[in-house]
Design a binder for this molecule. Structure first.
Ligand code: ZN
Length: 397
């Protein structure tokens, strides 16, 4: 095991992100979205993996969207999946969200390709984890019409920038109260409505109306997380056996600053298993493993490998003893990535994350760039994933 761990090449992680950093969005830069899919496929091929592509269309966009897969081993056997999305929101260069996830996935694929693994290991780069394209298109049209956004999707005034930031933060806080999504959005709006200009009011009312059909559980697939949702539905149709999923969702940002780490309102980190984490200082220098009731065993194997003498990766294991429905009600922040469609179907899946918004001030902003990332940390994450996949593939499942 130690030999393969030593082969993890931090320079390769850096080069992947250097190559494909930039906005990858179906409206703002569809070409870059396609080029990135090509890059990922070409790397899988270069490393000797078999590749596969799942394509689909979505109402409101002319693009053909693609989930890109590379796999090792026998497809008829139960599969271990390593996943992460490669699309970006309309304004972010993607270095951490989710360039870090893709870079680590590619390095895991490169090194495992020459191992003699039993079973099948599949790497999937999902598209469309971010906002649903139909909504994104409508939002943009409405925002342009009302003078909220310019052609580059930027707020036209500082006032709008501030007000919608406030609205979003009210929504985040409101979500922990367990109420329906629509009530949460309405309350967030009512609380600050008097300070909105008329066009901001109209835009915010439109936002709420356009999402009124979505509830907490259907938000997976309807609000975003489209590519992985489609993939899981197809896998069920094909009766694929999935042993476990390791989903990578922004894993490259750390902060040594005191009190840089926050948590969703109802999540009390002191209740969970940790390793080398000092909460009193509030530093954001650990990886979070998020598991649901079905993925406890997967989480346990991963944290064991974090403690491996050649890895020593600090972690917080957010071990939730609940299933998807209840998590979506009380800990909505935990279902906001590509592991959620698997949780929904009771397939064991863990999310690895640096906690995104709860740590990085750059998350979903123009400043999510390569210079902010901690590649030594990402190297350890890569090693822990490799060790976990090898261990899973050796188990008699
Ligand atoms: Zn994102």
């Amino acid at each position: 095991m130690s030999d393969i761990l030593k082969k993890v090449d931090v320079e390769k992680l850096y080069q992947h992100i250097l190559e494909i950093e930039g906005v990858k969005h179906h409206i703002v830069n569809p070409q870059k979205l396609n080029e990135t899919a090509d890059y990922i496929r070409s790397k899988f091929q270069e490393y000797g993996l078999n590749t596969n592509e799942q394509t689909f269309e979505v109402k409101g966009s002319e693009m053909i969207f693609k989930n890109i897969e590379g796999y090792i081993g026998d497809e008829s056997k139960p599969e271990i999946l390593v996943t992460g999305h490669y699309d970006t929101s309309h304004s972010t260069p993607w270095a951490n969200d989710n360039g870090s996830g893709i870079a680590v996935m590619l390095e895991v694929a490169r090194l495992l390709a020459s191992e003699n693994l039993s079973g099948c290991v599949r790497f999937i780069s999902f598209t469309l984890e971010e906002l649903h394209p139909t909504l994104a298109q409508q939002d943009r049209n409405k925002g342009l019409e009302l003078g909220i956004f310019d052609e580059d999707y930027r707020y036209m005034s500082y006032h709008s920038h501030k007000m919608f930031k406030k609205f979003n933060s009210n929504v985040t806080i409101g979500l922990s109260k367990g109420k329906p999504l629509l009530d949460t959005w309405q309350k967030a709006y009512e609380d600050i409505k008097d300070n909105f200009t008329d066009s901001e009011k109209e835009y915010c009312e439109y936002i709420i109306e356009s999402r009124s059909h979505v509830n907490r559980t259907s938000s997976v697939g309807e609000l975003g997380i489209v590519g992985s949702d489609i993939w899981v539905k197809k896998a069920l149709e094909l009766d694929k056996q999935i042993t476990g999923v390791i989903n990578l969702a922004a894993i490259g940002y750390t902060s040594k600053r005191k009190h840089s780490q926050f948590f969703p309102p109802l999540l009390k980190p002191l209740f969970f298993p940790t390793y080398k984490v000092k909460f009193r200082k509030g530093r954001g220098d650990f990886i979070s493993i998020v598991s649901d009731k079905n993925s406890k065993r997967l989480g346990k194997i991963f944290i064991k490998n974090c403690k491996h003498k050649n890895i020593k990766l600090p972690f917080l294991w957010i071990k939730i003893p609940l299933r998807f429905e209840k998590i979506s009600k009380w800990l909505y922040d935990l279902i906001k990535s590509d592991h959620a469609p698997f949780w929904k179907e009771n397939i064991p899946a863990v999310m690895l994350t640096d906690t995104a918004y709860f740590r990085s001030p750059f998350h979903h902003t123009e400043a999510d760039t390569i210079d902010k990332l901690d590649f030594d940390f990402m190297k350890k994450v890569t090693q822990a994933i490799i060790a976990t996949v090898i261990e899973l593939s050796r188990m008699d499942l």
